[in-house]
Design a protein around this ligand. Structure first.
Ligand code: HEM
Length: 463
């Protein structure tokens, strides 16, 4: 929450708002208009707050369809967004929201429509950004291939995708297994602790340090940099100002530049920095592009896997019959893992920008329109997924979901993420009878990252 009283002048207003809405041109214009108004503070406060929390606590079926705005962080934090999407899928599956804190946007809510948008990257471009609430890096002009179109996207993806090739994953497996074991053996049995911090964050951070061959003792810096890049600066934030965030990201750039210089002068190796330093398409990257690709890999492999690790524990606790099924047959871990990823859907959505006038389900999109593909909704589409609200660990086609996207941008790390989750659950089932959730989970305040900051648990050892 930003404290408006703290802003002494318009420069600060823009500095606070630009990163938050740097893709919401309409919203920026709106702030520009307010800047000329005499009652700046009041209007700004009222307008932004109004747009932000208008849906929470309301029955989605009594709101006129054209007033529905699903892009509200509070809705996701309260886990209250589901019925909004249920209604949109039934009554207006391709829905236009004319006003939101991120400007106007289209919502695509059904599984097959999302596949259609993903399948046509020429018309639905990624180059203008990929989240409705932008990844918060505008203090530095960071470039990432997830937010590029062809041919540049394909060239850069090709250079780094080897790190997650089956051969490399097989080589990584024993190390991940060992690290999973060390983490699980260090946990306090019988005491309440936060699973998110002790397991979900720790394991994903260790994996990132391994992928980058980053100094192991400094690994929490990776989590810190990722968190700083994706959260808002503000009085209660991890960093207080845009300048502070820029300094943190510059530290990140400095650390990785040193590693780059080290690797570029040595023969190519299997870690990501070495691959970037020696790859044909990436070795001449600008510093901000280099940082962008690193941030993409850090962020891509961080929040998502982290929240799937926490989500799995929650899903099994909410569905004790499935936990029993798993205890009876731990061989089901292989099909449970993709079901956890569908059930959790760690990224709510991805966004595209229309490059030419086109149609979807009879709705007319104009060049420049923003189109948000809501994976959270597609993954609950009853026309494609049987009993979509149920968590079923032995589904027939568990990998048939949208959590990794689809098409040319489909998640590069999907097999790595699945492997981490599989090894973790094998380790858990070997050691514990139950990871019991003993308090309410605290969910993230975000329209993009669907996850948890706290999940209090207690471990029950195997009898
Ligand atoms: C892209 C989800 C784990 C690296 C994506 C996309 C999604 C996603 C939705 C965009 C797909 C699209 O636009 O069609 C997830 C989920 C994960 C996960 C749910 C865990 C459960 C990882 C890991 C890595 C990673 C571990 C690290 C290696 C990437 C990269 C891209 C990407 C590099 C960009 C691909 C491109 O634009 O070509 N991910 N991800 N992800 N992910 Fe993941």
């Amino acid at each position: 929450v930003i404290d408006y009283q703290e802003w002494p002048d318009m420069v600060h207003v823009f500095q606070h708002f630009a990163p938050m809405i740097n893709e919401g041109y309409a919203a920026i214009e709106r702030i520009g208009e307010f800047a000329m108004s005499e009652a700046l503070d009041n209007e700004l406060e009222n307008s932004v707050m109004d747009l932000r929390d208008t849906m929470l606590g309301r029955d989605p079926y009594t709101i006129p369809l054209d007033e529905i705005d699903v892009a509200q962080p509070a809705l996701f934090q309260a886990d209250a967004f589901w019925p909004f999407f249920d209604r949109l899928r039934k009554e207006d599956p391709v829905h236009y929201c004319k006003e939101s804190q991120f400007g106007p946007f289209w919502s695509v809510t059904k599984f097959n429509d999302i596949m259609e948008v993903e399948g046509n990257p020429r018309v639905y471009s990624s180059a203008d950004g990929i989240s409705i609430a932008p990844v918060n890096t505008s203090a530095l002009p960071v470039e990432m291939f997830i937010a590029m179109d062809e041919p540049k996207h394909g060239e850069q993806r090709k250079t780094v995708q080897n790190v997650v090739a089956p051969k490399n994953l097989a080589e990584l497996e024993p190390l991940i297994k060992e690290r999973v074991g060390t983490i699980l053996d260090s946990l306090p049995v019988g005491e309440t602790f936060n699973w998110v911090d002790r397991v979900s964050i720790e394991l994903t951070t260790q994996m990132l340090a391994t992928l980058f061959d980053f100094p192991f003792e400094d690994r929490r810096k990776l989590t810190f940099w990722s968190d700083v890049a994706t959260t808002q600066p503000g009085p209660d934030g991890l960093v207080k100002t845009v300048e502070e965030r820029r300094d943190v990201l510059l530290d990140c750039l400095k650390a990785f530049t040193e590693l780059w210089n080290d690797r570029v002068n040595q023969p190519p190796r299997g870690d990501l920095i070495s691959m970037l330093a020696h790859g044909e398409a990436t070795r001449n990257m600008q510093p901000y592009e280099f940082l962008g690709n690193l941030m993409l890999l850090i962020i891509g492999g961080n929040d998502t896997t982290r929240n799937s690790i926490s989500g799995g524990v929650l899903a099994l606790n909410q569905n004790p019959n499935q936990y029993n099924k798993l205890r009876a047959d731990p061989g089901l871990i292989a099909s449970m893992v993709p079901e956890i990823i569908r059930w959790q859907t760690p990224l709510t959505s991805m966004r595209r920008t229309v490059t030419e006038d086109t149609q979807l389900r009879g709705k007319q999109f104009k060049k420049g329109d923003k189109v948000v593909m809501w994976y959270v909704s597609g993954n609950r589409d009853e026309e494609v997924i049987d009993q979509p609200y149920e968590f079923i660990i032995d589904r027939e086609r568990p990998r048939h979901h949208l959590s990794f996207g689809f098409g040319i941008h489909r998640c590069m790390g999907n097999r790595l993420a699945e492997m981490q989750l599989r090894l973790l659950w094998e380790g858990i089932m070997e050691r514990f009878d139950m990871v019991e959730v003993v308090g309410e989970p605290v969910r993230s305040l975000s329209t993009l990252i669907k996850g948890y900051t706290d999940l209090p648990v207690r471990l029950h050892p195997k009898k």
